[in-house]
Design a protein around this ligand. Structure first.
Ligand SMILES: [Zn+2]
Length: 394
């Protein structure tokens, strides 16, 4: 597809997709080309897509267009929320060293021009001012350099995320009582609209298989691994499932708000509850970061679902090492677990040293995606949707 086609399609009025124009995704080469094209559009040309931003709106419009091409029924699930955004460039300066830092989502700003004090360690690092008050905190990234986390909301101190490479400097600053200065400015915008998009292929029964992938990113990253490549895998499935009327309805949901408080999936579940159709969702498969490695991490409390996914790996000779974790879902499939569906949350591992340091970082870019990880996930998931059509008592 040329850029002009993309532009014309994006400008087309909604509803045009009633005439299906499914993408040919029959071969690994066609799928790899689709992956590249969509990663380029979403990650490279649009970039970060935090919920409520112009980037998110552009991205979700593209996702909606693809779902309309692939499926006969597409709906937007719109909501309003109070949006947090950082303004200007925050600083966290120890002595004369400005550390790389990202302010945590939903963090309060620092009062005045900046706050200052000395460091102590109490779980996180705390900046304590001359009056003994904690005026800022510094959280250390799990995997490497500074990331964006979420402010807990339980205290009024600004949370700065810094990288592991600066721990030694922070420890020395505690011993030497080195002065620290920090500044972050944020704004809250009321009544920002955002949407999840859902597309369905209605089946003969009201029983439904729901595939979910979040379409938002943290504000500092194009989010190629988290979660754009998985979102594209979901769009590939929407194009590739047999167009004939299935026994059970198959639906695909691209959510907003996952990176904040999972509010998109929760809102969609409430929309379905109000429509009286939430109980029809029998299975829910949440795709989040399928490209950290070749090996699917299968998080589910349904032994039947876990076994089915492992069997598929064996039967299709996928050749990776999937791993089952028996735990309840706390992510975008949580509202569907709560409403009685069998749910599984899929993540991945296996290329950890290369991929995990990308998490919530600006470097999580299109070119870091290994197409073979998307391909193996796609094959497993297409077969999973087929087997769930006839599954009983999982
Ligand atoms: Zn994610």
């Amino acid at each position: 597809m040329t850029r002009r086609d993309l532009f014309v399609a994006a400008m087309s009025p909604l509803g045009l997709g009633a005439v299906l124009s499914r993408r040919e995704l029959d071969t690994p080469e066609q799928r790899a080309a689709y992956l590249r094209e969509m990663l380029d559009a979403l990650c490279t040309r649009i970039g970060p897509r935090p919920s409520g931003s112009a980037g998110f709106n552009k991205g979700i419009a593209l996702v909606e267009r693809e779902l309309r091409r692939a499926l006969p029924v597409v709906m937007r699930d719109s909501l309003r929320f109070r949006r947090w955004a950082v303004t200007g460039k925050p600083h966290f300066i120890v002595g004369d060293r400005a550390l790389e830092t990202f302010v945590a989502d939903n963090s309060p700003e620092t009062p005045g021009r900046e706050v200052s004090g000395t460091l102590r360690k109490a779980g996180q690092y705390e900046v304590v001012d001359a009056g003994g008050r904690v005026v800022a905190r510094a959280g250390i990234s799990e995997f490497g350099r500074a990331i964006v986390t979420m402010h807990s909301g339980s205290d009024g101190a600004t949370l700065f995320n810094v990288g592991r490479q600066d721990v030694e400097l922070l420890e020395r600053a505690i011993r030497d009582r080195t002065p620290v200065r920090a500044n972050a400015k944020v704004k809250w915008i009321d009544h920002v609209e955002s949407s999840s998009v859902a597309g369905s292929l209605p089946g003969n029964s009201k029983e439904e298989i729901l595939i979910v992938a979040h379409a938002d990113t943290k504000y500092n990253t194009p989010g190629a691994n988290d979660n754009t490549a998985s979102l594209i895998a979901m769009l590939m499935l929407a194009h590739a499932i047999p167009a004939a009327k299935p026994a059970r309805t198959v639906s695909f949901l691209a959510t907003t708000g996952e990176e904040l408080t999972f509010f998109g999936a929760k809102h969609y579940a409430e929309t379905r509850r109000a429509a009286g159709t939430l109980g029809g969702i029998k299975y829910c498969v949440n795709l989040d970061s399928l490209t950290y490695g070749p090996n699917l991490q299968i998080n589910t409390t349904s032994a039947g679902l876990a076994t089915m996914i492992l069997d598929i790996h064996r039967d299709l000779r996928i050749g990776t090492a999937p791993k089952v974790f028996e735990r309840d879902d706390t992510m975008d499939s949580a509202p569907f677990l709560a409403s009685g569906a069998r749910t599984v949350h899929l993540n991945s591992r296996g290329d950890d040293a290369r991929t995990l340091p990308l998490w919530h970082r600006p470097e999580d870019r299109a070119e870091t995606i290994r197409p073979e990880f998307v391909e193996s996930s796609f094959r497993v998931l297409l077969e999973l949707i087929a087997r769930l059509q006839t599954a009983q008592n999982l």
